[in-house]
Design a protein around this ligand. Structure first.
Ligand code: EPU
Length: 430
């Protein structure tokens, strides 16, 4: 809820956390699968859906468009596209949720038109949508740009296959155009496509329901257009959230004696695992769990440079927790954020907690570790930096208050309950 905050009693550098923590379904996977339900002629069912704000908003978008959405505790569990389905995304919700843009591909492909406002979301950079627009144009659509919103119409009501080379690798542009191509006439080739596991998980489900997508998970995806998909008895199972798994891993490396992260896919966080191992952290992986064991203090670990990159490189979404980690290790480390230009703003607050960080430019900081952190009041600026503040509060000395918990709830389901389960003293208050 808006106005809530987390009050955390910090560990003051003590290594005491212990136990098992479970990872929930991936926000950035299920949001796309919910949008994909527009490609179906029957009901699509979902499981392992996290109860987070962004998922609730995606459900609201589908209901506002006229879909029949079965909710369980507010969370969408089944979606059927009705005959009266609308093609204009609701302005108030879509303007707040960046992922709303992924609805545009399936809607345009099925109904021949779509209208939407410029999407909102976390303030982490410019976040343009030119790749979506030029992709739609290549597929034979015309774009009318109204003030802060777009009307897109497919020539003759049907998109046609095209070859699209993405100037930048973009996760949501890849997913949106891949979904659009499923109902287009002919073949679409997406080049320099994003290779994130969420793209692959989406393609696998669509293929199991009749789509013809090859190469998802690589940078060249070929899609043969088909008719509407049928889910039948198939259920979309949301894969585990790799960003959540990675954040728990970092917390474990900083403050746990032994932490087992369950219900995750270690192969999705290999870049982080190898980076932490390079600092000296002991990590073991099994099929669907990761064990991180802490020996001594984080000061005995070596700092390493980190550069964010597209998958399978170091995820930009784990950059903020990693920066917190590097304030505790020994030596000098550069963090180079290559994907977004506004994603280091939170470091000012970490400096106020006692960290020594030089801000070089909007993309690079140099961290001089180790420095103990002191608890303080923090305003969570976006969802990933918000969780990084929670981690900073946990390892700091004294009390921290993290405001704007709403931002954290957008991506993490009742995170405080799971943190309490491993020994963190954290309360949600008004
Ligand atoms: N870009 C363009 N033009 C476009 C689209 C993107 O130039 O039309 C650029 C962006 O400015 C950026 C780069 O391409 O520099 C990559 O951004 P991308 O489009 O891949 O980001 P996204 O698809 O908007 C998704 C996740 C983000 C995650 C990024 C990078 C979803 C809903 N969001 O965003 O997740 O950080 O990929 O991995 O899937 C989050 O969950 O907190 C989050 C921000």
């Amino acid at each position: 809820m808006k106005g809530e905050k987390f009050v955390i009693q910090g560990l003051g550098g003590r290594r005491v956390l212990e136990g098992d923590v479970e990872v929930r379904g991936a926000k950035n996977a299920v949001l796309k699968a919910l949008a994909a339900s527009v490609l179906f002629n029957d009901t699509v069912r979902f499981q392992n859906v996290p109860r987070i704000e962004d998922v609730l908003r995606a459900g609201d978008i589908l209901r506002a468009l006229g879909a029949d959405v079965t909710l369980e505790d507010g969370v969408p569990r089944a979606v059927t596209i009705s005959k009266t389905f609308q093609t204009e995304l609701p302005r108030d919700i879509a303007a707040k949720l960046r992922a709303s843009i992924v609805f545009t591909g399936p809607i345009l492909a099925r109904f021949g038109k779509v209208s939407f406002p410029h999407p909102g979301g976390c303030v982490i950079g410019e976040r343009p949508i030119d790749l979506f627009l030029s992709g739609f144009e290549k597929m034979g659509a015309r774009i009318k740009n109204r003030e802060k919103s777009y009307d897109i119409i497919a020539d003759g009501g049907v998109l046609k296959g095209a070859e699209i080379f993405f100037r930048n690798q973009s996760v949501t542009a890849t997913e949106t155009l891949m979904m659009a191509a499923v109902l287009a006439r002919g073949e679409t080739v997406l080049l320099n496509a994003a290779r994130e596991p969420e793209v692959e998980s989406l393609a696998q489900f669509l293929n199991s329901c009749g789509a013809k997508i090859e190469g998802a998970g690589t940078s060249a995806i070929v899609i043969k257009g088909t008719k509407l998909l049928s889910a039948g008895a198939r259920v979309y199972t949301t894969p585990p959230d790799r960003i959540e798994a990675g954040s728990f891993l970092i917390l474990g490396a900083l403050a746990a004696k032994k932490l087992t992260i369950r219900n995750c896919d270690p192969s999705h966080v290999m870049s982080l695992i190898e980076t932490l191992r390079a600092t000296g952290v002991s990590i073991q992986t099994a099929r669907d769990s990761i064990i991180v064991e802490g020996r001594g203090t984080p000061q005995s670990l070596r700092s390493v440079h980190v550069k964010t990159a597209e998958y399978p490189g170091f995820p930009t979404d784990i950059q903020a927790p990693m920066t917190i980690f590097l304030t505790q290790t020994s030596g000098r480390a550069m963090v180079f954020e290559t994907i977004f230009e506004g994603r280091l703003g939170y470091v000012e607050d970490i400096i106020r907690m006692g960290a020594r960080i030089d801000v070089c430019d909007p993309h690079r900081v140099i961290i001089h570790g180790p420095t103990p952190l002191r608890g303080r009041e923090l305003q969570g600026p976006d969802l990933r930096a918000g969780l990084a503040f929670v981690i900073a509060g946990i390892i700091a000395k004294g009390e921290s208050v993290v405001h704007n918990v709403y931002n954290i709830d957008r991506g993490y389901e009742r995170i405080e309950e799971r943190l309490r389960g491993i020994g963190v003293d954290i309360q949600r208050t008004q």
